[in-house]
Design a protein around this ligand. Structure first.
Ligand code: C5P
Length: 220
């Protein structure tokens, strides 16, 4: 089958990562988690003492860290200047700061170029998940999916992942991050005009995966 490029966007807690990874694995495609790249550059900023409230300071060093993403869906990897950051990018500190860093235009330009070059070089095709993949990064993708779910369902899923955390606190943090991601000036979280919207509130992960696999197969 021909190489296929699939863009999967949506807010947090909609099952984007689990779905994207499973679809890529099932169809023999590469996989790219673009949120992990924004988390990685945020981790570097924090580690280097850059003031997250200072957009000019962030912009000035946006090109500095070398970020490398491995695209095997059964074991995606991410390194910054050679250091494995898969664990450290999931901390609450990085999660609370990533929206501010990813709103800086120089950061987006830099990371978007990286994403396009990975997608171009992905033999056999790729599933790319994020917030602005269908609208900005890969507007010519063969298939665009926009995943949604009720705030309650999203908070419940996130709390399930982060054991021992309070559902209400998770829900507030998640709503705040989505508002920041949707409200920023440069390539906000948005559904592309030609994206297929899938509301996952009442669906199991397996059902969402099957739905997306079917949509990809129709395009091949
Ligand atoms: O998907 P994940 O929750 O890991 O994304 C972390 C953050 O990275 C998002 O909240 C958003 O601020 C940013 N992001 C983005 N554009 C993307 C993917 C993620 O701005 N394509």
């Amino acid at each position: 089958p021909a190489a296929v490029i699939v863009a999967i966007d949506g807010p947090s807690g909609t099952g984007k990562s689990s779905t994207s990874k499973a679809v890529a694995a099932q169809l023999g495609l590469n996989y790219l988690d673009t949120g992990a790249q924004y988390r990685a550059i945020t981790w570097w900023m924090v580690n280097n003492g850059i003031d997250i409230a200072d957009a000019a300071a962030i912009a000035a060093v946006a090109e500095k860290p070398e970020i490398i993403s491995g695209t095997d869906p059964s074991g995606p990897t991410i390194t910054v200047d050679g250091t494995d950051v898969a664990g450290p990018i999931r901390t609450q500190e990085v999660t609370s700061k990533v929206s501010a860093v990813s709103a800086v235009p120089e950061v987006r330009t830099r990371i978007t170029e990286l994403q396009r070059s990975i997608a171009r070089g992905a033999a056999g095709g790729i599933v790319v998940e994020g917030r602005d993949i269908g609208t900005t990064v890969l507007p010519d993708a063969d298939l665009k999916i926009f995943l949604t779910a009720s705030p309650e369902a999203r908070a419940a899923r996130r709390s399930g992942e982060l054991k021992g955390t309070d559902v209400n606190a998770t829900r507030e943090a998640l709503i705040k991050r989505d508002a920041a991601d949707s409200g920023r000036k440069t390539s906000p979280l948005a559904k592309a005009g030609d994206a297929v919207e899938v509301d996952t509130t009442e669906l199991t992960l397996q059902q969402v995966i099957e739905c997306v696999v079917t949509l990809v197969e129709e395009k091949r």
